[in-house]
Design a protein around this ligand. Structure first.
Ligand SMILES: [Zn+2]
Length: 199
């Protein structure tokens, strides 16, 4: 994975010492690349199968799926294959300017639900702008969205947005994406600051 910006010692990571620690330990992979392909969790597109090297986002998905702890991996596999909590990936090509896509219905809410909802498509969208982001950032984004799915968060309910965000990021760290989550948080803080200063 891309560790380029780890060369910059910062106050937060303790400088060089942290860099050496990250480099020495490295992430834990629980399964091979071959194992995570051809499952209900792997993205398929209208044109068929997307390989793990199709683009940066697909590489990040492979990275996340290989590193997910077994219990969560199996839960997500089950959800991906189910009728109630499933989702589709939406990974538009960077040069795709417009288009029409038939999104399959992925969620059939139970009829006996207190607030019945219509069947709908839940899309996990990964922006083409991620192709220009560092690998660690893309991995953090993928892990974060999968955490929302694993935690059965209600995407359209915005009143507990902050709580859901915190819960999803906490799970991402539990899964072992500590370095990626930190990189993402640092980037977000930088972007927020730039926005506040109007540039
Ligand atoms: Zn979120």
């Amino acid at each position: 994975m891309d560790e380029r910006t780890d060369r910059e010692p910062t106050q937060e990571n303790g400088g060089v010492a942290m860099r050496e620690r990250v480099g020495r330990m490295g992430p834990t992979y629980y399964r091979s690349l071959e194992t995570v392909l051809w499952t209900a969790l792997w993205p398929t597109t209208e044109s068929g199968f997307s390989g793990p090297d199709a683009n940066r986002r697909c590489r990040a998905i492979a990275e996340v799926l290989r590193r997910l702890p077994l219990d969560w991996y199996e839960q997500l596999l089950q959800q991906a294959a189910s009728d109630e909590d499933s989702f589709s990936w939406f990974i538009p090509h960077p040069l795709m300017r417009a288009g029409l896509w038939p999104f399959p219905v992925t969620v059939h809410p139970p009829e006996e639900a207190v607030l019945p909802r219509a069947p709908h498509a839940r899309m996990l969208y990964l922006s083409p702008t991620l192709e220009r982001a560092a690998d660690a950032i893309v991995v953090a984004e993928v892990a974060h969205e999968l955490a929302h799915i694993a935690l059965a968060h209600h995407v359209a309910r915005m009143n507990d947005y902050e709580a859901q965000e915190a819960e999803a990021w906490a799970l991402v760290r539990t899964w072992g994406f500590v370095h990626e989550e930190r990189r993402h948080r640092t980037l977000r803080a930088k972007q927020d600051k730039a926005e506040r200063h109007g540039g």
